[in-house]
Design a protein around this ligand. Sequence first.
Ligand code: HEC
Ligand code: HEC
Ligand code: HEC
Ligand code: HEC
Ligand code: HEC
Length: 237
Amino acid sequence: MTTQPVSEPRFVFPPWTNLLPAVSLVAVVGGLVGAIAGMWYYFSPKHTDVGYQPEQPVPYSHKLHAGDLGIDCRYCHVGVERSPVATVPPTQVCMNCHTQIKKDSPLLGAVRKSWEDGSPVRWKRVHKLGDYVYFDHSRHVTRGVGCAECHGRVDEMIVVKQVEPLSMGWCLECHRDPGSRLRDPQKDRITDMNWLPPGVKWEDGDAAIAAKRAEYGKALVERDHIAPPTECSRCHR
Ligand code: HEC
Ligand code: HEC
Ligand code: HEC
Ligand code: HEC
Ligand code: HEC
């Protein structure tokens, strides 16, 4: 059996063009791998600064003020229920107490300087989303999401530290199923770091607490018609 030579396009294109499919395949696969790596990086909940804990100009302790002294978060973060930003307190708020308490302490030097010359204390920002993301504290806090869900046990932190990734995947994880993360904004204190739903104690363990929270939250989702958005344009405006 002889094979008939079919058409011979061999000389129409120069021989090196035979390499083109291979080259473009490599490019496509390379691009795809790059894209997947990029997605994995951006959407993996770990890429964003968990553990970020900058040194602050004043050794201000949340553990002392919010934990031991029990000052409510809203005494200092006054915007949190009414506006997108929680706000960091001006020096005046510190001086409400520190004109009398520890008024000569060297640890309060930067606060006294600010008080005297009117310049703000240069607190370093810990949590920061990209400018292309819209986030509103009041909308979360007034719908029953406690500070601890997103910031952890701030009342136990001497220096504030970021404990959640604040990535898109992390936001969506709660938005798709907020039930087990909610409190009753009509009854429960949103700033209480030690809060548990009625009928369960810390000693009962994580599984019992999770089950009770899911049950408690499910009723709130129904009562308050809680429906966090998952459409891109709601967070990327
Ligand atoms: C007496 C005032 C005061 C009280 C009470 C207080 N804070 Fe703060 N908070 C500050 C100051 C000052 C800063 C900025 C310095 C720092 O990061 O420690 C801050 C920073 C923070 C930050 C980090 C902000 C950033 O830059 O990302 C979070 C989160 C926070 N507070 C949460 C809370 C929570 C939750 C509570 C209640 C359990 C609380 N705070 C109670 C004064 C206060
Ligand atoms: C649903 C999650 C969530 C809850 C609940 C939440 N925060 Fe935040 N918080 C964030 C995110 C995200 C940022 C960063 C915002 C940004 O960069 O625009 C932030 C930033 C902050 C900041 C620094 C920037 C600012 O807005 O002034 C403070 C202070 C703060 N939070 C305090 C609180 C306190 C106090 C509560 C409870 C009363 C609280 N947060 C509840 C997610 C949350
Ligand atoms: C409601 C009263 C109150 C407010 C408001 C307050 N503090 Fe304090 N602060 C205290 C008390 C009480 C102590 C502990 C004093 C002691 O150890 O005897 C303290 C201790 C301190 C110390 C340690 C001082 C030392 O020498 O041990 C620092 C630093 C400090 N506060 C910073 C701040 C800053 C910054 C603010 C404002 C963001 C602030 N405080 C707001 C009551 C307050
Ligand atoms: C622990 C749960 C939880 C986390 C985490 C969370 N959210 Fe929400 N989010 C909610 C709830 C609950 C609502 C209120 C839904 C309603 O009112 O029906 C909401 C509402 C919103 C809304 C719509 C309200 C508005 O202001 O337009 C936006 C936007 C939003 N969240 C953005 C974010 C972003 C961005 C993040 C991450 C940085 C985030 N959320 C993290 C629970 C969460
Ligand atoms: C619940 C709020 C929320 C929704 C809904 C949401 N995103 Fe995001 N997105 C975020 C947050 C938060 C980040 C990370 C911000 C950061 O790292 O500072 C992010 C990051 C991104 C990034 C990465 C940008 C970069 O290069 O770092 C892209 C791309 C993106 N979102 C696209 C989308 C698309 C497409 C959709 C709809 C399918 C969507 N997002 C829906 C909150 C949201």
